[in-house]
Write a protein that binds this ligand. Structure first.
Ligand code: GLC
Length: 744
């Protein structure tokens, strides 16, 4: 018996050793193995055909894995504000699933307006959970293109006009997404600051403006561990940004050491040799119409598909670039689809709706509140009239690739009615916009109204006479030439006759609240006749509740503007230098538009402050239902060495009667420099909550990088000795408290 067992044991041992000897352990499958070992192991097992297969799309939103090795496909999804519905294999249209209606979170401009990095982390985490639950490996967002002109149709997807604010607010979102095992895909890298001619704008910009204004938010994200990044559609130095040597190889992968994957925008790849040599790693959305061409599927026609394989087979190109691309794709897969880190995510949870509502109400900016008309008292038993199409219009459908199929979207009218207590709430349309059809198969909301514009306006004015308060909910919408991808606005005036309607209502009822729903600045010619104005953004599924939270005082507004509201378009920097500065000038012999960022670093408040142009509402501005007072600022020293630092301290007191949050902003001014520098630049901020009567001190430590500008001659950051001023203020337009010091 014993002999039999011995023979059996020997046999098993031999079998096991035979297996292990023949089949070395597949390190790439081991989630505990070091990432680079997994990458090299998998790469060494792949054929050239398999390598080519993983660097381009196989469907509208997916790319191939390596089935033979058990490496899964990569699934991407828009967008920055929520997870897009499932689409047909090669189609923009949604496929009609019944389990992919998501939570829509506030637009990223709204997130930026909270000036609260903790909320940004919350946002990234909840949207990352929804993406993980839906099996997405790459979330095509967030976006941080700088707000250069208020005409840009996609400003609502980005984080405002200041590179420091965008840098501080985008990093936690990315960390929040990626902690769920989903790659953020920061976009659109870079210089994608207008939608008009978005595929053919060739940007001319100084190195200084590139480094000081347009790249910092991307660099901050890469420094914090970004996993993927999306090239932009436009051109820079005559090369498309999806395969641009300078921005991708030299700066992103060279200087910054980015180890993740560069993803093209959909249709952003135009050339095989450039795509091979200039740093594109994953090609999506190229002109193909999908599965109808002659080859196995038309995706084989992609620039990085058969054409690339052919060049390799003919010995015209090596495989060094291919291996680098594949390493980056594998790194992304091992960080996402093949990482246990992210768990299983979650979807449509109460926590997600609560996050949407909280971020939304903290994003709303109270711009004016004369006579403390707000907050309204839900117990007052008053008559309220809500006017405006934006009180009922869905804003989650439309606007381009960031649109969503939501489980629900609480309209401003519904939110106001739900919170109005024993106030009576009536509604008048007031005005109407273009009727829109289905968007990518998402059914258009039917709010058609046969009445004429005059009938609508007359009804609203007539009803306004007989109520205590009018809440006008207007602004822009997600239709083309409003806040919408692939189109810019013609001007900054409110569309659909809203300005005259507001003026007419003000004549019959002085108690008006204007709730502006937009992702962009708008002109407000009626600002003196309207006592209360708030900037309410696009707030997603909980929009109406977030707006009502502020109107009825459940939440004390704490939002601050992430971009300036100019009085008129002509005051803006991009409009100050003729059509070459915007929208650019078309070349004779091609469809390229050369656009010149002539204003240089004087973008946003950097322009208005330096040129002494008074805006309607300045960058960083926002009111509260309480008041704050800044005490004298003290400094730890009067001078510092280049490697030294000075800490500034300022006491801030809540001098009002209810708790509120204040965002203390720190601006640095260089008294004298060898180059033109902006009057002031944001280099720090902190949002603090204060009880009535409470005082807290806020500190800001200045170091050399906060004082530096990019010196083009030296191709380096330089801080010139001399006198500087630090100002602590509630906005870029406020005097605040200042202190000067010397950099030795
Ligand atoms: C779109 C957008 C980009 C989006 C992609 C996929 O054209 O430019 O932001 O993620 O294509 O929809």
């Amino acid at each position: 018996m014993i002999l039999r067992n011995l023979i059996l044991a020997a046999g098993c041992l031999a079998a096991v050793s035979a297996v292990t000897a023949k089949e070395p352990s597949r390190v790439y499958l081991d989630p505990e193995a070091p990432l680079e070992q997994r990458v090299e192991d998998a790469l060494s097992r792949m054929t050239t055909e398999e390598k080519i297969a993983v660097i381009h799309a196989q469907s509208k939103f997916s790319s191939r894995g390596v089935p033979r090795l058990g490496i899964p496909d990569v699934w991407t999804s828009d967008g920055p504000h929520g997870v897009r519905p499932e689409v047909f294999w090669d189609d923009w249209n949604q496929a009609g699933f019944t389990n992919d209606s998501c939570v829509a979170f506030p637009a990223l401009t709204a997130l930026a307006a909270t000036w609260d990095p903790a909320l940004s982390l919350l946002y990234g985490n909840v949207i990352g959970e929804e993406a993980r639950y839906r099996g997405k490996d790459i979330l095509l967002g967030p976006g941080v293109n700088i707000y250069r002109t208020p005409l840009n149709g996609r400003n609502f997807e980005y984080m405002g006009e200041d590179p420091y604010l965008a840098s501080v607010m985008v990093v936690p979102y990315i960390n929040g997404v990626q902690q769920n095992g989903v790659a953020a895909c920061l976009k659109h890298y870079a210089l994608n600051n207008n939608e008009i001619n978005r595929h053919t704008s060739n940007v001319h910009v100084s190195d200084r403006a590139l480094r000081e204004i347009y790249l910092p938010a991307f660099k901050a994200a890469v420094d914090s561990g970004l996993w993927t990044i999306m090239g932009a559609y436009n051109l820079y130095q005559d090369e498309h940004l999806c395969h641009n040597k300078r921005t991708l190889n030299d700066i992103l992968k060279g200087e910054w050491g980015f180890d993740g994957a560069v993803v093209s925008d959909w249709g952003g790849c135009h050339d095989t040799p450039q795509a091979i040599a200039n740093g594109l790693d994953m090609e999506f959305g190229s002109w193909t119409n999908g599965l109808t061409s002659g080859l196995a599927n038309a995706y084989d026609n992609y620039y990085l598909a058969q054409p690339y394989l052919k060049l390799i087979k003919e010995g015209k190109v090596g495989t060094a670039e291919l291996d680098d691309k594949v390493r980056r794709v594998l790194r992304t897969i091992f960080r996402t689809a093949m990482s246990p880190v992210g768990g299983y995510g979650s979807f449509l949870s109460p926590e997600h709706y609560e996050a949407a509502r909280r971020i939304g109400s903290d994003a709303i900016v109270l711009l004016q509140n004369n006579g403390s008309l707000l907050p309204l008292d839900s117990a007052a038993g008053k008559k309220i009239l809500v006017v405006g199409e934006n009180a009922i219009k869905m804003m989650t459908v439309g606007g381009g690739s960031s649109q969503l199929k939501v489980q629900r979207e609480v309209s401003p009218l519904d939110g106001i009615r739900a919170a109005a207590g024993n106030n009576a709430v009536a509604y008048a349309r007031g005005y109407k916009s273009e009727v829109r059809g289905d968007q990518d198969g998402l059914p258009a909301q039917d709010i058609s109204d046969p009445r004429s514009d005059k009938e609508l306006a007359d009804e609203a004015v007539a009803m306004a006479r007989d109520v205590d308060v009018v809440i006008f909910v207007g602004g822009l919408n997600k239709n083309p030439h409003n806040d919408c991808e692939d189109s810019d606005r013609p001007d900054i005036t409110l569309p659909y006759g809203q300005d005259s309607l507001i003026a007419e209502i003000a004549k019959v009822n002085p108690n008006i609240v204007m709730v502006n729903i937009s992702g962009n600045a708008v002109a407000m010619p009626w600002i003196k006749e309207v006592p209360a104005v708030m900037q309410a953004w696009y707030l997603g599924s909980e929009a109406g509740n977030s707006i009502a939270d502020i109107i009825f005082g459940k939440v004390n507004p704490s939002g601050r503007l992430p971009f300036t509201f100019p009085v008129r378009l002509a005051d803006t920097p991009a409009a100050a230098f003729g059509e070459k500065a915007y929208p650019g000038i078309k070349r004779e012999d091609s469809d390229i538009y050369d656009i010149d960022y002539t204003e240089g670093v004087l973008v946003g408040y950097r322009w208005y402050g330096t040129k002494k142009i008074k805006p309607l509402f300045p960058f960083g501005y926002g009111l509260s239902y309480t008041t704050f007072e800044y005490g004298p600022m003290t400094a730890s020293a009067k001078e510092m060495d280049a490697d030294g630092e000075i800490t500034f301290t300022i006491p801030v007191t809540n001098t009002g009667s209810r708790e509120g949050a204040e965002t203390v902003q720190f601006y640095v001014s260089d008294q004298k420099a060898s180059v033109e520098r902006p009057a002031k630049e944001l280099k720090g901020f902190e949002k603090i909550v204060l009880a009535p009567g409470e005082t807290k001190t806020v500190t800001f430590t200045v170091r050399k990088p906060d004082l530096s500008f990019y010196d083009e001659a030296k191709a380096a950051w330089v801080a010139e000795p001399g006198r500087f001023t630090v100002t602590a203020a509630p906005s870029a337009g406020a005097k605040g408290r200042s202190a000067t010091f010397t950099l030795k």
